[in-house]
Design a protein around this ligand. Structure first.
Ligand SMILES: CCCCCCCCCCCCC/C=C/[C@@H](O)[C@H](COP(=O)(O)O)NC(=O)CCCCC
Ligand SMILES: Nc1ncnc2c1ncn2[C@@H]1O[C@H](COP(=O)(O)OP(=O)(O)O)[C@@H](O)[C@H]1O
Ligand SMILES: [Ca+2]
Length: 544
């Protein structure tokens, strides 16, 4: 917004709402009269000329810092109540324009047990008044059990075709439920069966998240902070951003979609241990994280991954994903071209036979030879090893515990995930990895870490007799060593899939570029001025 002389120009893109107010005689407000006009040459701006008494307030957003947004009232006086009413109506009508993509009807799911169990109060005190100000009609649902929201969505009990978006007040687990429900409903609605290597369909409606959970990584990664008011304002302004979604298969059967972390070993053990400690609230993760750290377990496994075809893009390339990110925009454009027809993506055509050159090493830095021939895509690689952690993230996974995130240069919508493999290492080494992750410090010189930007991957634990040869350098393994190896390989971990435990270790995962849209715009580049942030970042206006 800018004020110059007796005129005020408000950028309607950043208006939250408008309401009639009584303006005290001495208030420092602007007023306007009949000469006020909507300037059609300056999109989204209304110019107001000052005159008489009575008034209304326009509530706009401000950026006090650290990616947080707040509201500010700008009050105007009118010379009579009829003119005041006309202005309120004109602004409300302008905000309803399709060009703004602002939601008018939302279904809000609140998980009363999220995080510190304050979701209901947060919603009532901070979110609802803003939705009311923005004239958003809300259907409110307090969840009564796990999968309540998911079931309502899959059964289409909410008439999704008549609403503009779903909002979940809770954590990443609650979002995951809503995401899975929405995608499954969308597939079923088109009679598509969710099975091995099917192509999921993008839903028409957006999802918003109000952070009230334990980790809140999706909110943090898509807005730059975990703040209830900021997220509410992104929803009201009608922000939209496409984010990548994974489909996860267990034993070649589709099981669920994920958007944040898939973690085996450390992250899986941590989650499993924390699951029956929900009463501890968010601190359950620190407690179980410390336990898993002290256990220092490592697990044998084979990972096959398909590298991104863009060799310039890498988890350590130092290219941050900011609002209006070029890499995501390009990926989104080519994705919308390729999904205009039903596409069967290139994939594995035969089962991989272990490459005889793939040799187990302590830090499994030995990538096996290029497996072209075994796969229809020569970007496939295989790694065999003993891992403390295998993590795959589809977004950076910034959160309070790690503001830069698990993979700071991961992109929200590039159609790729970052695979981070931590080979067996000492506790000191692993602590170094965790601390560097928490602070966003360089990890590429840690020789027990491998990081790749990939399109899909599969993992299988090495538990079979036939696997022993591949993890031993000896051709004839002595009986005593065989027994020891058998004991070690029989131990498996579980997967942490967006905070849900997947017990079966053998999984395969594919990423689907920008499959769902959130009410968010990505993190605004802090080096930009406010007006640059306003102009660069809102994808909904690029389309209008
Ligand atoms: C010694 C310092 C330790 C620093 C740890 C550094 C690593 C932090 C990476 C964070 C990745 C977060 C990935 C997000 C996962 C969430 O989807 C999941 C569910 O969230 P919610 O439903 O809100 O509970 N959260 C977790 O799995 C917990 C991760 C805890 C990491 C310590
Ligand atoms: N009323 C409820 N009772 C118990 N569990 C619920 C309820 N509503 C949702 N859930 C489940 O709680 C889990 C965690 O929710 P979430 O909002 O992510 O909180 P947190 O971030 O604290 O883990 C989700 O998997 C969700 O399915
Ligand atoms: Ca991505």
């Amino acid at each position: 917004m800018y004020l110059s002389g007796h005129e005020a120009s408000l950028d309607l893109r950043e208006v939250v709402g408008v309401k009639a107010v009584k303006i005290p005689a001495k208030s420092s407000t602007l007023s306007f009269g009949k000469n006020a006009k909507v300037d059609e040459n300056v999109p989204y701006c209304i110019e107001m000329q000052p005159i008489g008494p009575l008034g209304f307030s326009v509530v706009i957003i401000t950026r006090p810092g650290n990616h947080r947004w707040r509201c500010k009232q700008v009050s105007f006086q009118c010379k009579d109540s009829s003119l005041c009413h006309q202005w309120i109506t004109a602004i409300k009508e302008a905000l309803k324009s399709e060009a703004f993509c602002r939601p008018k009807k939302l279904v809000v799911f609140v998980n009363p047990f999220s995080g510190k169990k304050k979701a209901v109060k947060l919603y009532r005190d901070k979110v609802l008044p803003l939705f009311e100000l923005a004239d958003i009609h809300v259907t409110y649902i307090e969840t009564e059990r796990q999968n309540h929201a998911r079931d309502l969505l899959v059964q289409n009990s909410l008439d999704l075709k008549r609403i503009d978006g779903l909002v979940c007040v809770g954590g990443d687990g609650m979002f995951s439920e809503v995401l899975n429900g929405l995608l499954t409903f969308t597939a079923h609605d088109l009679h598509i069966e969710e099975m091995d290597r099917f192509e999921p369909v993008a839903p028409d409606i957006r999802i918003g998240i109000i952070p009230a959970g334990s980790t809140n990584t999706i909110v943090y990664t898509t807005t730059g902070t975990s703040d209830v008011v900021t997220s509410t304002l992104h929803i009201i302004l009608g922000d939209q951003i496409g984010i990548d979604v994974n489909s996860v298969n267990v034993n070649d059967q589709f099981v669920r979609y994920s958007v944040t972390l898939l973690g085996y070993g450390y992250m899986g053990d941590l989650l499993k241990d924390s699951d029956n400690k929900r009463w501890m609230g968010p601190s359950r993760y620190s407690w179980s994280g410390t336990k898993s750290f002290l256990a220092n377990n490592a697990y044998y496994g084979e990972i096959k991954y398909r590298l991104s075809s863009n060799s310039d893009s890498h988890p350590t390339d130092a290219v941050k994903c900011y609002s209006g990110c070029d890499i995501c925009s390009m990926a989104g454009q080519s994705n919308s071209r390729s999904t205009s027809k039903v596409e069967i993506s290139a994939g594995r055509d035969t089962d991989l036979q272990l490459d005889e050159q793939s040799d187990f090493m302590k830090h499994s830095n030995s990538q096996s030879s290029d497996l072209s021939g075994s796969y229809s895509d020569s970007n496939w690689r295989t790694v065999i090893g003993k891992f403390v952690a295998v993590n795959s993230v589809t977004m950076s996974c910034s959160c309070d515990l790690s503001p830069p995130g698990m993979s700071p240069y991961c992109h929200l919508g590039d159609g790729c995930m970052d695979l981070i493999m931590v080979s067996q290492c000492s506790r000191i080494e692993f602590l170094k990895f965790l601390l560097r992750t928490a602070k966003g410090e360089e990890r590429k010189n840690l020789d027990f870490i491998q990081m790749h930007r990939v399109k899909e991957f599969s993992f299988r634990p090495l538990t079979e007799d036939s696997d022993l040869l591949s993890i031993s350098s000896e051709e004839n393994i002595p009986q005593s060593k065989k027994v020891k190896l058998k004991r070690q390989t029989s131990r498996t971990s579980v997967w942490n899939c967006d905070g849900e435990v997947i017990d079966q270790p053998k999984i395969s995962v594919r990423v689907h570029c920008q499959l769902v849209k959130l009410f968010a715009r990505g993190v605004e580049d802090p080096s930009l001025q406010d007006d640059q942030k306003r102009n660069c970042c809102s994808p909904s206006f690029d389309n209008s």
